[in-house]
Write a protein that binds this ligand. Structure first.
Ligand code: SF4
Length: 157
């Protein structure tokens, strides 16, 4: 049996507003994330997952396999050589997927913004949903980044 009629019904149902809202609510409160880490923002991420900030109360969990993740947090400098790998990782993640650019290095290239080898902002490689500025950003800021992303998802943006 062809899957096309089933696919059509599925698409129609998921376009119905209450269903769409429910799906977005579920997505917003079950973010499975992986981090692409190349710099010293990492200790802030470690604090985020520890007991004091306990980001899991937002339904977010760090996950080791990117093919099951719907969020990638990019921290640190991305070089032009690494940009292709970052894109490859992003392309392997299932849809819908989201990106947080964490820290000045990821957002603009940071201290190395005018270097010949550095990407001046990861938004030149992958679409970014939320920017969390700072060098490094505090865990509270990262939590705020999660909340902004959840708001965006729930609004269907
Ligand atoms: S933004 Fe600052 S803390 Fe984060 S990776 Fe760059 S230099 Fe390190």
């Amino acid at each position: 049996m062809s899957l096309k009629p089933i696919e059509r019904i599925r698409t129609k149902i998921s376009c119905w507003k209450p269903i769409k809202d429910m799906l977005n609510w579920g997505r917003a409160w079950s973010l499975w994330w992986v981090h692409y880490e190349t710099g010293c923002c990492c200790p802030e991420i470690m604090s985020l997952v520890a007991a004091r900030f306990d980001h899991e109360r937002l339904g977010a969990i760090p996950f080791p396999t990117l093919r099951e993740c719907d969020l990638i947090i990019i921290e640190g400098v991305v070089t032009k050589k690494m940009a292709k790998r970052l894109r490859m990782i992003y392309d392997q993640m299932p849809d819908p997927k989201y990106v947080i650019a964490l820290g000045d290095c990821a957002i603009t290239g940071g201290f190395w913004w005018d270097s010949y080898s550095v990407v001046q902002g990861v938004d030149k490689v992958v679409p970014v949903d939320v920017y969390v500025p700072g060098c490094p950003p505090r865990p509270e800021q990262i939590l705020q980044g999660f909340r902004l992303l959840q708001k965006k998802i729930m609004e269907g943006k």
